[in-house]
Design a protein around this ligand. Structure first.
Ligand SMILES: NC(=O)c1ccc[n+]([C@@H]2O[C@H](COP(=O)([O-])OP(=O)(O)OC[C@H]3O[C@@H](n4cnc5c(N)ncnc54)[C@H](OP(=O)(O)O)[C@@H]3O)[C@@H](O)[C@H]2O)c1
Length: 372
């Protein structure tokens, strides 16, 4: 039966899915909470304070195009939080296209952003629908900073640092590790070029004396998004966690991928990485704390004759993700996006608009901007 709820949250039992639901409540947007176990979804949804103030349903689905299409029928927007997306995203995108729903997800996987663009982008555009993988703190907040830097004409190169403080969830850990098996790209002269780095890099962090240990973090989404922006020719991104111990663990694992796991038969590589990720993950992380969980997005934009630096300090990166997903859904229910087909959060909704939402919920500070 067709639903009259405009939004579906798929992956409602997850850490991020629950946060999307919390912010949908703030926007007073009726929704379906979908996932593979109705009882567990109901328990999660019922634990959200004040959830009875917004109409909602709980729906159990199988991860097949048929089952997902039946659940999405009648909805306008799907917020997909079921990752790793390179493995699990195609069925959801196909079901959105079949039912005429806009597709948003929370991915941080460059390979999925490229695959989604190439397989589904034109089809969504033809249908007048938005396909926006990666509306999430990593990397929409950094994209907002980059877009503010690019408000200054004559800048064509982006050097981006994305850092956050917290504990990755189960699916985030799986995603971080599976990213290690995939080629990571940066953008050079408008072409995606594979990174060749061994180990981590020490980077300067604005506002502190200690250096940060960083990785290309799977390449990130920015090079793919900015490849379709005529102003930008070059884009390199480094990122990671403020916690050096966690970063050292991930860097050691990246080295092991190069020396051991990549030598396994292809069908054994994924399971071997998943087993390593399981060792690092210790269950659902605690709820984020405004005074503990910080994010920092720093962008140097340069051109032959000028430069700009934009820094956005934020708090609670999973909450930022939940908020931006809910706002994206709200925005789509109340009007057309700026662009259909494959588009980033900023390309679809506008960077100043997204920043305004983050600021109004106390999750990002006003950008610190230097222009020369
Ligand atoms: N880029 C960013 O800044 C950012 C921020 C937040 C999240 N993310 C990404 O978003 C994804 C979700 O993160 P999370 O924090 O919510 O993780 P999580 O707490 O581990 O939740 C994962 C969700 O996916 C569902 N799921 C897993 N495998 C499934 C399958 N085979 N079929 C159907 N459902 C399945 C789980 O359902 P069950 O409960 O039934 O297992 C759960 O609802 C991850 O890929 C993460 O990397 C990215």
């Amino acid at each position: 039966m067709s639903t009259d709820r405009p939004v579906v949250v798929y992956g409602a039992t997850g850490y991020t899915g629950r946060l999307v639901i919390e912010y949908l409540r703030e926007y007073q947007l009726p929704f379906i909470a979908a996932g593979r176990d109705a009882d567990r979804i109901r328990a999660v949804v019922d634990a959200v304070p004040g959830i009875d103030t917004v109409p909602h349903d709980v729906v159990a689905v199988d991860h097949t195009v048929e089952s997902l299409s039946a659940a999405f029928d009648g909805a306008q927007v799907v917020c997909n939080t079921v990752g790793p997306f390179a493995e699990l995203g195609h069925e959801v995108a196909e079901a959105c296209l079949a039912t005429g729903a806009h597709y948003l997800d929370t991915t941080g996987e460059q390979n999925w952003v490229i695959a989604a663009r190439d397989r589904w982008g034109a089809k969504f555009d033809d249908a007048g629908l938005l396909l926006s993988p990666g509306i999430a703190q990593m990397y929409t907040t950094g994209e907002i900073a980059a877009q503010i830097a690019l408000e200054q004409p004559g800048l064509d190169s982006l050097d981006i640092l994305v850092l956050w403080k917290g504990f990755p969830t189960y699916a985030s850990t799986q995603t971080i590790f599976t990213n290690l098996l995939e080629p990571a790209h940066y953008l050079e002269a408008n072409q995606l070029v594979p990174w060749e780095v061994a180990g981590g890099t020490e980077l300067q962090v604005p506002g502190q004396h200690e250096l940060a240990l960083s990785l290309p973090w799977g390449g990130t989404s920015h090079p793919v998004w900015f490849q379709q922006d005529h102003r930008v020719a070059n884009c390199r991104v480094q990122g990671g966690l403020f916690d050096r111990n966690l970063m050292n663990g991930i860097i050691q694992m990246a080295a092991a991928v190069g020396t051991e796991i990549s030598k396994l038969p292809p069908e054994e590589q994924g399971p071997a990485l998943k087993a390593e990720a399981d060792k690092m993950q210790s269950g659902m992380p605690p709820r984020e704390n405004q005074r503990v969980n910080r994010s920092l997005d720093s962008v140097h934009a340069t051109g032959p004759l000028g430069r700009a630096h934009v820094l956005i300090r934020g708090a609670c990166n999973y909450k930022q993700t939940g908020l931006m997903q809910a706002y994206g859904a709200y925005r789509l229910v109340h009007g057309a996006p700026l662009q259909t087909g494959f588009a980033s959060g900023c390309q679809a909704f506008g960077h100043r608009e997204l920043l305004g939402e983050l600021q109004s919920f106390g999750l990002a500070a006003a950008p610190e901007i230097t222009r020369v």
